[in-house]
Design a protein around this ligand. Sequence first.
Ligand SMILES: [Zn+2]
Ligand SMILES: [Zn+2]
Length: 319
Amino acid sequence: MTTAIEICERCESPLETGDLRCSICGQVSPADRPHAEKLTVQILRCRGCGAATAYDIKHQAPSCTFCDSVVEVETLEDPLEQSEGYLPFTIGQDEARKAMRHWLSSLGWFRPSDLTTSARLEQLKPLWWVGWVFDAESFVSWAADSNAGSRRSAWAPHSGQVEMTFDDILVSASRGLSDAEVSAISPGCDLATIRKEPEGAQNATIEQFDLQRSQARQQVIEAIQVIAAQRVEQSEIPGTSFRKTSVSVVLRKLITRRFSLPAWILAYRYKGRLYRMVICGQNASYVTGSAPYSIIKIIFVAVSVVAAMLAIFAAVAAS
Ligand SMILES: [Zn+2]
Ligand SMILES: [Zn+2]
């Protein structure tokens, strides 16, 4: 449980119950703060991909929603992060099915012609996956080489400092979804729709945060550094190509919230093989997944290209 009851005197980040020091700037917390209540939770851990999902006696899944491997009950000790709220599903099962057909038909000419008609839906499961959403103010010092002002050599050194604000930045905490899947579907989520309880889907798999708080903070801080470096390359460093970009970020007012976000996980079969798709649970136009290529069409194009090259070669040789 998060109970952000006090604010760090130095950097104004909320202190969490049980923290002896501010986790952001290291300032010692007042000694009279309450201790963390001990908490243990049971989760289902996948032996294959490591995903942790909520343990539910009524609907205990025999296999992992993400990879179908065997799951085992595991007991986790405090301090564990817990979700603070759920974004509701606004896309139902039928819409998810339609989105699958639409996506398959939009993939282009190199896919099998009968992909949309022959793909058979094998599994369609609602999932709440987990992520951190953070706000922070920061002071970023950066250094990089760029092509600006490099004269005769290829690179010239640059450096600078800039203030940066982060607002509602989402960082995946999911083990079941890949980072690529998360970045494809998360722009379809509206963080303002957060509710206390899961809404809009029945029997959903509920993924759990499964990191200790200190590890979780470390992941959030690493994500902030990556975003800061991207922003610096986009708008701070002069020039058009860069190397050795490094940033040092001093954070203030870091507020991290833990969200559960909705997605549909689909498995479909085409010619005996299984493929996976993930659809944003709030906007069916945010879809990602795997799909087969048509080997025959690819060979046809390759052969045509070679034939055309030979024809040009022959024409040049003859002239
Ligand atoms: Zn602090
Ligand atoms: Zn798994």
